[in-house]
Design a protein around this ligand. Structure first.
Ligand code: UD1
Ligand code: CA
Length: 466
């Protein structure tokens, strides 16, 4: 489909969302709505995609949110005067272009590449100049009704608000996705007026226009009508999100990944998962996350924008973001791995450990209750329960460097900037403020004192005597 030009309509107000955020920036599985059709178009190899956004600050926000998609061309519709007017705004940037254009809506996230391919194939086979993607619904609700002739070629589309009672009975509806010859489209738009119930310029009028020109027109009924569902309200947003989540879980089930209780799992569209990994109920995998093979992701785990290498175990209720976890490491339960954490292979991070901007060498351990931030931890080092890197003085962040095979006793504070050499032993309860050379013991505890015979028994006795 690389010879097609695509136009995505995304300038509508989306008033029913009752939101300050432009509709196409509302998220499904933590990705903006508009990213769904754009991803499908990229997957189909479509070279040129124009997205029509509004001329105001909402349009600026949409454009800014997609600053990274450099292939997208942004067209501005200054006033939302209807779908025909939106397409006309895109055509300004397509002067001299010929061939077919694919038009779709930015708020229809479930449309698949397979359906678009089938749509285009039928359009080509019939040599059509204009094709409409359609669905057959029991209740056409607010969709435009597609009127066809005896050979199922579309004659016209009538908007629900303009339809007669008899026309409202028509079960075939307009999905809002079209393939049309651009020259026909130009001629049709030049003639479109706004003499209708909504006072808008209707793109759908091009169907009747094509018939007046005797052009070949076609419909394409989608097999699964859920694909053409659009988002108009927050209820739509969450119900489409649930459909998308199940579809993605299904894909992974078909591709070597066990997803337990798939209806409770949320996996984003950009996530990759290796063979024989297991995903427990309640897991969220979002953003550009990649999970290796043979991994186990425990119940309630949330992972975002992270790379998990092979045979890693993430135990329940751990939260990982912007991190890398090396092969055969074990994380959690209840660990918090924050951005910039580069955890090496065979590392163990246990319960209630928080890491941020750290590098853990192979086989290092922090098994319980620790905060390790702005730090380097050498291979095979062991950080005891309650180890804290004091990285912040209220103004600036400082770094802690821990060598290889270091043992940090429980409840120790490492006050950065500070450096522990290799093979250092830190006595439990120490507050280390100066660098420690290789193979040294460091301890900062006050010496222990005993006061014989003055323990609890004697205190109880004196309380009773009062
Ligand atoms: C449109 C179709 C209808 C179809 C339905 C499918 C027309 C006249 N009607 O109706 O037959 O069943 O889609 O969902 O086309 N947009 C703009 N600028 C505008 C108006 C709309 O960019 O001035 C964009 C919207 O952001 C949206 C798309 O066009 O992505 C469709 O607009 P919307 O108002 O939702 O169309 P409907 O009235 O639902
Ligand atoms: Ca409308």
């Amino acid at each position: 489909m690389h010879d097609l030009t695509a136009i995505v309509l995304a300038a509508g107000r989306g008033t029913r969302m009752q939101s300050n955020l432009p509709k196409v920036l509302h998220e499904i599985l933590e990705e903006p709505l508009l990213s769904y059709p754009l991803r499908v178009l990229t997957g189909l190899g479509i070279k040129k995609t124009l997205v029509v956004i509004s001329g105001d600050a909402d349009g600026d926000r949409v454009k800014a949110a997609f600053a990274e998609s450099t292939q997208t061309i942004w067209a501005r519709q200054l006033v939302p005067r209807g779908t025909a007017d939106a397409v006309a705004a895109a055509l300004n940037d397509l002067q001299g272009v010929s061939g077919d254009v694919l038009i779709l809506c930015g708020d229809v996230p479930l449309l698949t590449a397979a359906t678009l391919t089938g749509f285009y194939e039928k359009h080509r086979q019939l040599n059509a100049k204009m094709s409409v993607m359609t669905a057959v619904l029991d209740d056409g609700s607010t969709y435009g009704r597609v009127l066809v002739d005896e050979s199922d070629a579309p004659l016209a589309i009538v908007e629900a608000k303009d339809a007669s009672l008899a026309q409202l009975e028509v079960k075939r509806i307009n999905s809002g996705t079209y393939i049309v010859d651009i020259d026909l489209l130009r001629r049709a738009l030049a003639e479109t007026d706004c003499n209708n119930a909504q006072g808008e310029y209707y793109l759908t009028d091009m169907v009747a226009f094509a018939r007046r020109e005797d052009a070949i027109t076609a419909i394409y009924d989608v097999r699964d009508s859920r694909e053409i569902l659009g988002v108009n309200s927050r209820k739509d947003l969450v119900s489409l999100e649930a459909i998308m989540a199940l579809r993605i879980a299904d894909f992974w089930l078909d591709n070597g990944v066990t997803v337990h209780a798939p209806e409770q799992v949320r996996i984003g569209p950009k996530v990759e998962i290796g063979q024989d990994s297991e995903i427990a109920p309640g897991v969220f995998l979002m953003g550009a996350t990649s999970i290796g093979s043979g991994c186990s992701i425990g119940a309630g785990v949330q992972i975002k924008n992270s790379t998990i290498f092979d045979r890693v175990e993430i135990k329940p209720y751990s939260v990982i973001e912007g991190a890398e976890i090396g092969m055969q490491s074990a994380i959690g339960p209840f660990a918090r791995i924050r951005p910039g954490s580069l955890i090496g292979a065979e590392v163990k991070i246990g319960n209630f450990v928080e890491t941020k901007k750290v590098r853990f060498g192979k086989g290092a351990k922090a098994s319980h209750l620790a905060y390790i931030g702005d730090a380097e931890v050498g291979a095979e080092s062991n950080l005891g329960a309650g180890t804290i890197t004091c990285n912040y003085d209220g103004f600036n962040k400082f770094k802690t460097v821990i060598g290889d095979r270091v043992f940090v006793g429980s409840d120790s504070q490492l006050v950065a900037p500070v450096k522990l050499g290799d093979d250092v032993l830190v006595g439990a309860g120490s507050t280390v403020t100066r660098d420690v050379p290789d193979n040294a013991i460091v301890t900062t505890r006050v010496r222990q004192k005993e006061f014989a015979g003055r323990g609890m028994a004697s205190r109880r006795r004196s309380a009773e005597e009062k």
